[in-house]
Design a protein. Structure first.
Length: 135
């Protein structure tokens, strides 16, 4: 087996959690990925018919979901977390890149690609997202 990370004593899981290049050969990470995919599928199945169950599932998947936050399926995986503060509205087709925080009471327009943090009380549009209005 080739050691692609000569001189780096960290495990692939440690590199993944640091947001760096890694090889996904860690059994714990593989189990977490399977769990995440299973929860995402359960969420998609429950979303329209059982909103209360769907909210419980999405909270398990994301760790925390702010007050009055709603996420429509489908959900895709990335290696770094995103943070949506309370009362954030994401219009259809929004892509939030890994590691981004969107501040409370912010609105993100349709089709926006959010590559950087968005402050609280802001309206952002465009690709990449830019703040066009303060609320």
């Amino acid at each position: 087996m080739v050691d692609y990370f000569v001189g780096d004593p960290r495990t692939n899981r440690e590199r993944m959690l640091a947001g760096e290049l890694y090889i996904s050969d860690d059994p714990e990470s593989a189990a977490e990925a399977r769990r995440g995919m299973k929860l995402a599928a359960q969420y998609a199945a429950a979303y329209w018919d059982d909103p209360d169950a769907a909210q419980s599932i999405i909270a398990q998947l994301l760790g925390h979901l702010g007050e009055d936050a709603h996420v429509k399926p489908p959900i895709y995986e990335a290696a770094r977390p995103i943070t949506l503060k309370d009362n954030v509205w994401l219009d259809g087709g929004v892509i939030v890149c890994p590691g981004v925080t969107i501040g409370q009471n912010s609105v993100i327009g349709a089709g926006v690609v959010v590559t950087r943090d968005i402050p609280a009380d802001a309206v952002a549009v465009g690709n990449p997202a830019r703040v066009v209005k303060s609320l």
